[in-house]
Design a binder for this molecule. Structure first.
Ligand code: UTP
Length: 285
């Protein structure tokens, strides 16, 4: 199965950082968010990957390319293994790029992938969410292989957070799986009873492209993927699959800071030093 990673958004929530840097290159400790996403795709059996980029996104292509000067330097300085994981990832994945000329929405970015995808179901992974253990795309792929149709990852969120997500409404068809009847983008708590939020991982059938082409631009002149999926629901089965693994919401500043702390605490080389800093901050607060 192929994977598409849309990474052409303006990332305004992280300005000024994102003025000349891709939001997707924001680090989690020392690894850019997009590397986690490519790792997830490969771990889910999606080795052919299309990254949709735009202006100011050159750093993404450079990251997944060789840097001869750096390799020579690491070799001489006795640290030839510093980039080992990334090199293994680069040889496992076949990464291609396409540009979205203007940021006309996530739906428009996904449409750019139509010639790459062809006529098979494909994964879509957004860099705002990092999922680990198990890779969320592997869970969706398995659901698609079992049930057919499209599959969208969901997580339970507290009621006071539903205004931040696309919320899913549907009927349970097996434990942890619903057949979607509707999706409501960033509703008020009074608008929906569901607490099942979409979390930026999808396996979609190629029918989505026809649906997106027929979708009128919505808020801000953008073509929304959610509108395309709402239209898809009327034509085919779309399942919402509860993802029970670990997810970091790195599109949100508090989420991103928390993810850094959590991941750093799991590293032996950083844990003790970080604990000291946190103790000091706690005493001051
Ligand atoms: P977001 O809604 O998070 O938008 O996009 P954004 O522009 O990146 O960030 P903010 O809201 O301004 O801070 C969700 C995903 O869709 C991609 C983004 O790169 C992100 O991965 N996207 C969005 C595109 O590829 N193209 C677009 O036109 C819009």
């Amino acid at each position: 199965m192929k994977a598409v990673i849309p990474a052409a958004g303006l990332g305004t929530r992280f300005l000024p950082y994102t003025k000349a840097q891709p939001k997707e290159m924001i680090p989690l400790v020392d690894k850019p968010a997009i590397q986690f996403v490519v790792e997830e795709a490969v771990a889910s059996g999606m080795r052919e990957i299309l990254i949709v980029t735009g202006r100011t996104k050159r750093a993404i292509e450079d990251h997944f390319d060789t840097n001869v000067e750096l390799d020579n330097h690491l070799e001489k300085s006795g640290r030839p293994t510093a980039l080992e994981d990334l090199k293994a990832l680069m040889s496992a994945a076949r990464i291609m790029y396409v540009r979205q000329p203007s940021p006309l929405g996530l739906g428009d970015a996904v449409l750019r992938a139509a010639p790459f995808v062809g006529d098979e179901a494909f994964g879509v992974l957004l860099g705002d969410d990092i999922t680990v253990d198990p890779p969320c795309s592997a869970v969706l792929k398995a659901a698609h292989e079992r049930l057919g149709g499209s599959a969208i990852a969901l997580q339970q969120v507290p009621r006071d957070q539903i205004g931040r997500y696309g919320m899913a409404v549907g009927k349970e068809v097996e434990p942890g799986v619903i057949r979607l009847e509707d999706m409501i983008e960033k509703p008020t708590p009074a608008q929906v009873r569901s607490t099942l939020a979409t979390i930026g991982r999808y396996v979609l059938t190629p029918e989505i492209f026809a649906r997106l082409r027929a979708t009128e631009p919505g808020k801000g002149g953008e073509i929304q993927l959610t509108d395309g999926i709402r239209s898809l629901i009327k034509k085919e089965d779309v399942y919402g699959v509860l993802y029970r693994g670990r997810r970091f919401d790195v599109g949100d500043k508090v989420g991103w800071l928390g993810a850094n702390l959590e991941l750093a605490m799991e590293r032996e080389d950083l844990r003790d030093g970080l604990k000291e800093v946190l103790d000091r901050i706690r005493k001051k607060a």
